[in-house]
Write a new protein. Structure first.
Length: 143
């Protein structure tokens, strides 16, 4: 139950959802609530509910954010690496392609589901897009 004090809603401590823990669980591909059940039933397909605790997961709205964040992360790894290799060893262009294209593809494919899971975990922790408790809807949030 939400308690309102000085016009600010205060959640009880037992009802708080840890942002870092749920993001970490999502990054690991686990349910943000229990940390045991699998978040994905395929490469990027999210389970409708946690197979372990039954938490509904179909509410997520990851949309274009995971690819955007993945591209940003991979770019910040690959571009400096490519520039350092170019400056230090001056390899032929075919060597650069042979090194950096597979690394880019591998990093992208490895990070994409993890970033999506972390984003779903964050949405769950922040109670976004239907991840709130069913009885939260009838609780007043302001005076």
């Amino acid at each position: 139950m939400t308690v309102i004090q000085h016009g600010t809603p205060i959640e009880p401590t037992e009802d708080k959802r840890s942002k870092w823990l749920s993001v970490k669980r999502g990054f690991a591909g686990r349910c943000p609530q229990c940390g045991v059940g699998r978040l994905f039933k395929g490469y990027l397909k999210v389970n409708d509910e946690c197979p372990h605790c039954g938490e509904e997961l179909h509410h997520h709205r990851a949309d274009d954010a995971p690819p955007y964040f993945t591209i940003t992360i991979v770019g910040h790894i690959v571009v400096p690496g490519l520039l350092v290799v170019e400056q230090v060893w001056l390899p032929p262009m075919w060597v650069q392609f042979a090194i950096w294209i597979p690394i880019t593809l591998l990093l992208t494919l490895v990070l994409l589901p993890r970033v999506k899971g972390a984003l779903i975990g964050l949405q769950w922790a922040l109670r976004m897009h239907g991840f709130s408790d069913p009885d939260d809807a009838d609780q007043p949030t302001s005076p």
